[in-house]
Design a protein around this ligand. Structure first.
Ligand SMILES: [Zn+2]
Ligand SMILES: [Zn+2]
Ligand SMILES: [Zn+2]
Length: 154
């Protein structure tokens, strides 16, 4: 028992380390925590999402120049609820619920009222990649496949 008694400084360091790790994990994951990995509204996606407007396309209705949304059902480009709400109005008028943000390339479903994880949902991955390439001129980094083991099995 006697040699189990740690000095106070090492136990404090351990506590600090665990706390730091939790904070790191939470922080790293928080950008994706609210994104859903399924959605019942993917049937309304446009059948040609390989050809989409460029991320600097202005709002089709008010010409707002940047940070617009792309309707993934009809490929209209419309401004956010923080500008003139044209994407929101488009959803209310046409029931097109899936939109991709040209500012951060997140995908929002109005019907689910949630972000969708475009790199997990296979129907969304191609258009997310296309938009990423249009915006950054390079393909997105792989996020999901790195856990596969290669050459470890006998
Ligand atoms: Zn607008
Ligand atoms: Zn639309
Ligand atoms: Zn949905």
């Amino acid at each position: 028992m006697a040699d189990q008694a740690p000095n106070s400084s090492s136990s404090a360091a351990l506590e600090f380390g665990i706390e730091g790790d939790e904070e790191f994990i939470h922080g790293a994951a928080s950008g994706w925590v609210e994104a859903r990995t399924s959605c019942d509204h993917l049937g309304s996606l446009s059948t040609d999402l390989l050809h989409i407007p460029t991320p600097d396309t202005p709002c089709n209705r008010c010409d707002h120049p940047s940070e617009n949304w792309l309707c993934l059902c009809c490929k209209g480009v419309l401004c956010s609820r923080f500008v003139n709400k044209h994407m929101l109005q488009h959803y209310q008028q046409s029931n097109h619920s899936l939109a991709l943000s040209f500012s951060d390339l997140s995908v929002w479903c109005f019907a689910c009222d949630a972000y969708l994880d475009a790199q997990v949902i296979s129907q969304l991955r191609p258009v997310h990649e296309t938009a990423y390439i249009l915006k950054f001129s390079e393909p997105p980094p792989f996020r999901t496949m790195e856990m596969q083991t290669i050459g470890e099995n006998p």
